[in-house]
Design a protein around this ligand. Sequence first.
Ligand code: HEM
Length: 534
Amino acid sequence: AVIHDQKLVRGEGGELHQIAHGSVPPLTTAQGGPVSDDQNSLKIGSRGPTVLEDFHFREKIFHFDHERIPERVVHARGYGAHGYFETYESLAKYTRADIFQRAGEKTPAFVRFSTVAGSKGSVDLARDVRGFAVKLYTQEGNWDIVGNNIPVFFIQDAIKFPDLVHSVKEEPDRAFPQAQSAHDNFWDFISLTPESMHMIMWVMSDRAIPRSFRFMEGFGVHTFRMVNAKDESTFVKFHWKPKLGLQSVAWNEAVKINGADPDFHRRDLWDSIQAGNFPEWELQLQLFDQDFADSFDFDVLDATKLIPEELLAPIPVGRLVLDRMPDNFFAETEQVAFMTQNVPPGIDFSNDPLLQGRNFSYLDTQLKRLGGPNFTHISINAPKCPFHHFQQDGHMAMRNPVGRVNYQPNSFGDGPRESPQRGFRSFAETEEGPKQRIRAESFADHYSQARQFYISQTPPEQGHIAAALTFELSKVKTAAIRERMVSHLLNIDEGLANRVGDGLGLKAMPKPADATTATRQDLAAAPSLSILAN
Ligand code: HEM
């Protein structure tokens, strides 16, 4: 740290004032007025009351009082870095997106890693999903791949997201637990939501306690589309593969690290980038067509399923390098607004009902969190390509249209104008059918991929999953919830279910949960929860 040139003056009360001189600029108010004394409010007499007239005091306190903005409703704790994406080769065959047209093209990027459940001040090594959100500042506008470090998700339809998040966050009466999922509400919801079983296997595995952000994978999760210049579509799944490989910590290490250094992950990213060890990920794509999608029993629109990499090898198409920390955490990492609906021409959505819901949710939440419709005027969110539109006014408007014309079509200006060829065109998928609230039968198998994941793990990793489930469920006070979870585990792997059942001291194993894949049917009434936890 540099100790700057000081000119000190002692005030009448003995306080020290640092005085502007030479190249040391004067302190000003936000209005630019030079400040004579920043340590004493304006008073009547030497011991009298402070006067309302003290505009400098009022401005300083007013601004401080308004420093906080709402934390993100999920993924509140995060840490970001700048970098770039470099395209390996042209993907013009699959997409007309400009970012994929030229080998060697570099696109600026900002990435924010996060935990999901904990609040902004929670610990880094919580057992949790990690957000892996990438903003690519392409020549055709911002493209956000708002992903996680786990390739599947808890639920199939966005309408369940508020329930999932309410259940995992602190219970509303007691306001705990704050940063982990070991509690009745979470396991109650999960045990009543069989579609979450695949995700639960990942979350109970070592994947949920990464060694650092630098050793995590990232996944776009949903099936998206790439659309080429001939308007032909190819389905795509996005994967970020860390150059350093995957590493996690063991649970007892995580507990110790959280106690000793709750900022372990952010410190790791800061230190490695400052030391010039720039973390790097390769973007790999799973590309497939409708026939390939139809060859599976599961649905590629179901975000609780993945396409095994053994069946469809991901193709490397570029690399992401993080080489610069933000100058200001709040301005950049806190104010960055990721939105799944930010896609350039040539990238498109699938009908995944989770993705469709997210495309509404992110715009809505940014409007609230960042205080109005002009959050794209904040530099971290502004495009880095030329942009022109007629949006105007609103709180904090920084970029209003210049001149007379703020509408189109118009006869007075030179533009901007629509571009039918260059502009975004949705893939013209044909849709028909009755309007109804329904889940497709192709979404109904909740256990096969959970089982596949569990048996793909090495024996020590399987041991960690069993230990995590036993530990988490041992914190659940309601016996019926513990049993309901074990009844699901019986459909995943009997050995796992027995280990957890033994660990929990169950007197008898429950029956396996109903695993029939028919969609609408009346299940036998669930046993009433006679033991209510406090
Ligand atoms: C925030 C990923 C599902 C609503 C985030 C963030 C990530 C993420 C990475 C943090 C972004 C950042 O760093 O600023 C995912 C993934 C999902 C998923 C991978 C499923 C595959 C959903 C769903 C909804 C939703 C279904 C709602 C219907 C939100 C909201 C935020 C958020 C409201 C806070 C955004 C903000 O305030 O900046 N999500 N999410 N997410 N997500 Fe999701």
